[in-house]
Design a binder for this molecule. Structure first.
Ligand code: FES
Length: 129
């Protein structure tokens, strides 16, 4: 699990039921204005539950339908790769990281530590938002 000590003022928010991650590897949710994607990984890169912002840093496409390759998610629009453990950009055309969040299973809930401040507005590009 990737529940690390947050560096800023955050609140643990429920984004879904644990049972969803038992049958699927991903869960979409929102909390405090953040669009979140929680991903469960089982493999040699490390088992865990990770949360990222559900937006690519390249042209803000949603990442929830992107292919998961170990601990990397591949943007479905242009193919950028991001490490879901820390949001690092791992392949073009994106050059900036995406936001990552601590995530945990708490009883029957999936929780994500989201900043108390809502996200900054992002530019909109047609149908991808
Ligand atoms: S929108 Fe994700 S790579 Fe372009």
């Amino acid at each position: 699990m990737s529940a690390e000590a947050p560096q800023e003022d955050v609140t643990w928010e429920r984004v879904g039921e644990r049972a969803v991650l038992a049958g699927e590897s991903r869960l979409k949710g929102t909390a405090r204005g953040w669009q979140l994607l929680v991903l469960k990984v089982v493999g040699e890169d490390g088992d865990g539950v990770y949360a990222i912002e559900n937006r690519c840093s390249h042209a803000t496409a949603r990442l929830d339908s992107g292919e998961l390759d170990g601990c990397h998610i591949i943007c479905p629009l242009h193919g950028a790769r991001f490490d879901i453990r820390d949001g690092a950009c791992a392949g073009p055309p994106a050059s900036q990281p995406i936001r990552s969040f601590a995530a945990r299973i708490n009883g029957e809930d999936v929780e994500v530590a989201v900043p108390e401040k809502p996200p900054m507005p992002k530019p909109k590009f047609g149908v991808f938002n």
